[in-house]
Design a protein around this ligand. Structure first.
Ligand code: PEP
Ligand code: MN
Length: 263
């Protein structure tokens, strides 16, 4: 169902007026984890200043260690919703359990399925059965074919509002946290009709590579660039090494400006 052979026109996912897949470049930005109302609002205000609308933040955090911060849960979703409503923005947040899809509907405009859950088939089915856009991230070690089959799980269950997100894959290379498989973007654009995003934060794991990776993503045809922004990355409860602070976020936006496809 997701293949170009089935549908030749690009799918456009409309999220509160933001038309992802319309040929323009869109941005999903926000902190790794929701930590407080003030923290989210500070990032959202900086985004708003840049004309950005899609606010992300993790409330249910899939952490490698059980001893690391696990997220604020529903409390975190409520903070995102409150800030987004105050500033007329849209919320993107990860859901890790099929049982939480229903509660997500009350707070989230785009349901994110994280890399570690790309083959959590019960979660894919549950997300496929609701009328809410889904942001599906490529698995840590998933081939493009496996990624497309995961997408197929969602669409075949009835939900065609889907965005695919390349977030880097595991290789032997240690200079970056993951290896950004930039060629997956044109491959996914060619093989499927779905919008394609690139997460420059988790793919590189390096603040100094966010801008060059974003430029590459836009140049190669990505519909969306995703990155993490935190008011004070040094004190962040997760992904402290790779989030941008607000001045860095502003120069990042200036840096991508010449490449943007906009009306
Ligand atoms: C995230 O985007 O918040 C995240 C945890 O990323 P990933 O699932 O790609 O590791
Ligand atoms: Mn993160």
């Amino acid at each position: 169902l997701v293949s170009r052979e089935k549908q030749s026109e690009d799918t456009i996912v409309d999220v509160r007026g933001e038309k992802i897949g319309d040929g323009q470049t869109h941005f999903v930005m926000g902190p790794c984890s929701v930590e407080s109302y003030e923290q989210v609002r500070e990032v959202a205000l900086a985004m708003k200043e840049q004309g950005l609308k899609l606010l992300r933040g993790g409330a249910f955090k899939p952490r490698t260690s059980p001893y690391d911060f696990q997220g604020l849960g529903v409390e975190g979703l409520k903070i995102l919703r409150r800030v987004a409503d105050e500033l007329d923005m849209a919320v993107v947040s990860e859901i890790t359990h099929p049982g939480n899809i229903e509660v997500a509907l009350d707070y989230v405009d785009i349901i994110q399925i994280g890399a570690r859950n790309m083959q959590n088939f019960e979660l894919l089915k549950a997300a496929g059965q609701v009328e809410r856009p889904v942001w599906l991230k490529r698995g840590l070690s998933a081939t493009i074919e496996e990624f497309i089959y995961a997408a197929e799980y969602i669409v075949s269950n009835g939900n065609d509002q889907l965005i695919l997100c390349e977030r880097g894959i595991r290789t032997y290379e240690k200079a970056t946290r993951n290896t950004l498989d930039i060629s997956s973007v044109p491959i996914l654009k060619k093989e499927t009709h779905l919008p394609v995003a690139v997460d420059v934060t988790h793919s590189t794991g390096r603040r100094d590579l966010l801008l060059p990776a974003a430029k590459a993503a836009i140049a190669i045809g990505a519909d969306v660039v995703m990155a993490e922004v935190h008011p004070d990355p040094a004190t962040a409860l997760s992904d402290s090494a790779q989030q941008m602070d607000i001045p860095q976020f502003k120069s990042f936006m200036e840096g991508v400006q010449p490449l943007l496809r906009m009306n």
